[in-house]
Each structure stands twice: as structure tokens, then as C-alpha cells.
Design a protein. Structure first.
Length: 175
């Protein structure tokens, strides 16, 4: 657990210095004239379990960061960055969620695998408007599979469910 956490910290630090796509900058591009703040959450055992149950994704982190995007003082989106491994290399994906709990924009910030395994932007648009309630968000059922990028499309889809579950537990359930 500690080893995984240290590896995650190393990836985040490396990513933040090596990549030109930083979450705050991407969020400001997606939502012009907005401000972005980061809020860190320490999860309870019950919250971790609720997120696991909702997302059906292996999840054991006790710390989660959400980006809160505001325009004119009003929340317009929440952002969640997930770092995971596809095949053998890291992938960093930004998921944005509307205040009513629907996926808005998904953007790949870093992709370590060969680019031919990366789904195109049009495929990512399949997620827009999906929620944890009505849409199960599954590859080959609700989201089309991408030939030649099966593992990547499955990972992006699984972690979209995770992002929605985190939003539900930390934002909606906290109201």
C-alpha cells in the first residue's frame, strides 16, 4: 500500500514537471474565464467501500483530490484526475463532471503507451451526459469498444465510473 502510494506520488510529480497538459490549465481551457481550486478529501472506510460498490472498480485510496471549477462564483464543474496503468505504462485522464452529476469532458493528459492504442476525441464524446444513475457506463454495452485500443477503452470507461462514484460520495452525498 505504501509502495503504491509512493509510486503514485512519483508519477504525479514526474507528470507535473514533464507534461504540458496540467489539469488546472486544461480545466481553464475547457471552461473559459473560470477559476480552479483543488480540494483534498480524506476518505473514511465506508466512503471507500461506497465508491467501490458504485464504480465496480478496485479502489483503495484514502486520499482523493477534486478540482472545483467556478465561474462568477458558481460551480460549473468538478474535475477528477485518475492515474492508472494500461498494459505497462501510465495513463493520466481528466474527467469533468457537471454539478448535477453528469460526465462532461474527458481528456487524456498523458499516455505512455504507443499512440495507436489511444482512442480519438470523437470516441471520448460518447461519455458526455452519462451519469452513475441511468447509465451503467460499460464498454461494449453503453460505450463502443475501440478496435486496437481495447485495454485503453476499458480503462477509460472503468475510471469514468470511478470518477462518477467519487463525485456522488464526496459531493452529492455530502449535501
Amino acid at each position: 500500500m505504501i509502495r503504491r502510494f509512493l509510486i503514485l506520488i512519483l508519477i504525479v510529480v514526474s507528470f507535473s514537471y514533464a507534461s504540458s497538459k496540467k489539469p488546472e490549465e486544461v480545466l481553464k481551457r475547457i471552461y473559459p474565464d473560470s477559476t480552479v481550486e483543488v480540494k483534498n478529501f480524506t476518505l473514511s472506510v465506508q466512503q471507500v467501500e461506497n465508491i467501490r460498490q458504485l464504480s465496480k472498480v478496485k479502489f483503495d485510496s484514502k486520499i482523493v483530490s477534486l478540482y472545483i471549477v467556478k465561474k462568477d462564483g458558481k460551480i460549473v464543474a468538478y474535475g477528477y484526475v485518475d492515474i492508472h496503468t494500461v498494459r505497462t505504462k501510465p495513463e493520466v485522464v481528466l474527467y469533468t463532471i457537471t454539478p448535477d452529476g453528469k460526465l462532461d469532458v474527458i481528456e487524456v493528459l498523458h499516455f505512455g503507451e504507443p499512440l495507436e492504442y489511444l482512442p480519438d476525441e470523437n470516441w471520448l464524446k460518447n461519455f458526455k451526459g452519462k451519469s452513475i444513475y441511468k447509465d451503467s457506463v460499460r464498454v461494449k454495452v453503453d460505450i463502443p469498444n475501440v478496435s486496437g485500443a481495447t485495454l485503453t477503452s476499458k480503462a477509460i470507461t472503468d475510471y469514468a465510473r470511478l470518477a462518477l462514484a467519487i463525485w456522488k460520495v464526496l459531493v452529492e452525498d455530502a449535501k
